[in-house]
Design a binder for this molecule. Structure first.
Ligand SMILES: Cc1cc2nc3c(=O)[nH]c(=O)nc-3n(C[C@H](O)[C@H](O)[C@H](O)COP(=O)(O)O)c2cc1C
Length: 378
C-alpha cells in the first residue's frame, strides 16, 4: 500500500492535523459496521502522512454476484458514509475525494481538520450505526407514514444524482416478487452461482462464522424452521439437480412472494450513470437512508439479486445460461424499468423492502479493526 500511495503521488500531507490513533480506530470501527453484499466487508484502510486511504480488498470482492465489483462499490460507499458522519460527530471536518481513476485498487482518500460544527442530521445518523442491520423477517403488513417516506427522501438529497423511487401498488409489488423469485432460483440453478452462495457467502454454523469473521451466518437470516431445513437441503447440488428436473423450487418462490407481499413499500435507489463513482455514491445514499430508517424504527431488507442478474445479463454480458433464459431476463429487466418508471439510462443500484417490525434478534459478524486497518510509520 505504501508503495502504491507513493507511486500515485498520494503522499502529500494536506493538513497539519492528524487525528489520534484512538480516534482513527473509532472511525474505522464505525465504517466497518456498514452493510456489504454477502457481508464480504470489501474494505481495507491505511493511514499515512495525514491521509486516510480506502482500498478495495480484492480477495473479498470477485464473488459471482459482484460483477465488476459493483456490489463491493456500493458497500464501500456505505462504509464511507459511516466514516463521514462519525467524523462529523467527533467534530472533525473531512476533506475527501474518490479516486475512480485508480479503481479497483484505490477508492478514496480523506484528510481531517478540527472544529466541525456537527448538525442534527449528522448526529442522528451517526447514532444509528450500531443499531442498523438487515431485517429479513416476514410480518403482517402495516402501512407506512408518508411523512417518514418524505424524510428518507430528504436524507439522500445531498448525494448528487441519487434518486429514490417508491413502489406501493400491491399488484406491481407482486410482479416484482415474481422477478425476485426467478432470480433467486437462477442463483441456485447456475452452478457457479450456487457454489458461490453455498461455499463463499453462507456460514453454516457458528464455528465457521467466528473463524472467517465474514459471510452470512444461517442463524442471522430470520428463517422459519422449515425454510432453514430447506436451505440446508439445497447445499447439496444433487437436490438442486432434482429440483431443476421437476421444475421445482416452489419454496423459494413462496419465500420471495411472502417477503414482498408483506412489505408496504419497495424502494429503489438509482443513479444517472453506471460509472464506478456512481455505485459508490449510491452506497452512500443507501446508508444514509438505512440509518435514517433505523432512527424511525423502520426495517430494511435489501433485495439486490435481480439487479445484479440484470447487470450481468445486459452490461457485463457474461451470463453462462441458454439464450432463451437470457431473453427472459431481458424481458424481466424491461418490465422492472417500466414498473419503476425509470428514465432512459437511469441505473438501478439498490433495491430494498421497507417495513415495520421488531428489530431482528441476531447480528452479523465483522472483521476486527486490526485486520482491516494499518498505520504507516513515516
Ligand atoms: C450492496 C448490497 C447488496 C445486498 N443484497 C442483499 C440481498 O440481495 N439479499 C439480502 O438478503 N441481503 C442483502 N444485503 C444485506 C447484506 O447481506 C448485509 O448487509 C450483510 O450481511 C451485513 O449484515 P447487516 O446489514 O445486518 O449488518 C445487501 C447489502 C448490500 C450492501
Amino acid at each position: 500500500m505504501t508503495a502504491f500511495i507513493a507511486a500515485h503521488n498520494l503522499t502529500h500531507n494536506k493538513t497539519s492535523y492528524q487525528p489520534s490513533e484512538e480516534v482513527l480506530n473509532e472511525l474505522i470501527l464505525a465504517a466497518g459496521k456498514a452493510p456489504s453484499g454477502g457481508n464480504n466487508q470489501p474494505w481495507r484502510w491505511h493511514f499515512e502522512n495525514g491521509l486516510l486511504h480506502l482500498f478495495l480488498e480484492q480477495s473479498a470482492a470477485q464473488a459471482y454476484l459482484d460483477p465488476q465489483n459493483i456490489s463491493s462499490y456500493i458497500s464501500l460507499g456505505a462504509a464511507i458514509e459511516n466514516l463521514l458522519v462519525t467524523a462529523a460527530a467527533h467534530h472533525l471536518n473531512v476533506n475527501w475525494q474518490l479516486t475512480p481513476q485508480l479503481a479497483p485498487m484505490h477508492i478514496a482518500w480523506f484528510s481531517f481538520t478540527e472544529n466541525h460544527q456537527v448538525d442534527e442530521n449528522e448526529k442522528q445518523l451517526a447514532d444509528q450505526i450500531n443499531n442498523r442491520h438487515t431485517n429479513r423477517q416476514v410480518t403482517p403488513k402495516q402501512e407506512l407514514d408518508p411523512t417518514d417516506l418524505n424524510h428518507l427522501h430528504q436524507l439522500i438529497e445531498p448525494i448528487d444524482g441519487a434518486k429514490l423511487r417508491w413502489l406501493q401498488d400491491p399488484e406491481k409489488i407482486k410482479g416484482l416478487a415474481a422477478t425476485s423469485a426467478h432470480t433467486d432460483l437462477l442463483r441456485m440453478f447456475i452452478e457457479e452461482a450456487h457454489d458461490d452462495f453455498i461455499n463463499r457467502e453462507m456460514r453454516w454454523d457458528l464455528t465457521q462464522v467466528t473463524e472467517t469473521e465474514d459471510g452470512i451466518g444461517i442463524h442471522t437470516l430470520d428463517l422459519s424452521n422449515n425454510d432453514r431445513i430447506g436451505l440446508n437441503l439445497v447445499k447439496d447440488k444433487r437436490t438442486i439437480d432434482f429440483l431443476q428436473q421437476i421444475e421445482g423450487g416452489s419454496a423459494f418462490k413462496r419465500l420471495a412472494m411472502q417477503q414482498f407481499m408483506s412489505s408496504p413499500v419497495i424502494g429503489l435507489i438509482t443513479m444517472p450513470t453506471s460509472a464506478t463513482a456512481s455505485f459508490i455514491e449510491a452506497g452512500r445514499a443507501a446508508e444514509r437512508l438505512w440509518l435514517g430508517a433505523t432512527a424511525l424504527n423502520l426495517q430494511i431488507h435489501p433485495v439486490n439479486v435481480p439487479l445484479i442478474f440484470f447487470y450481468k445479463n445486459s452490461i457485463e454480458n457474461k451470463l453462462n445460461i441458454p439464450e432463451k433464459d437470457k431473453a427472459i431476463l431481458h424481458q424481466l429487466e424491461n418490465s422492472f424499468k417500466e414498473t419503476f418508471e425509470l428514465d432512459k439510462g437511469e441505473q438501478a443500484m439498490f433495491m430494498f423492502r421497507l417495513f415495520k417490525a421488531n428489530p431482528s434478534p441476531e447480528r452479523t459478524i465483522r472483521k476486527s479493526t486490526a485486520k482491516i486497518f494499518s498505520i504507516g510509520r513515516p
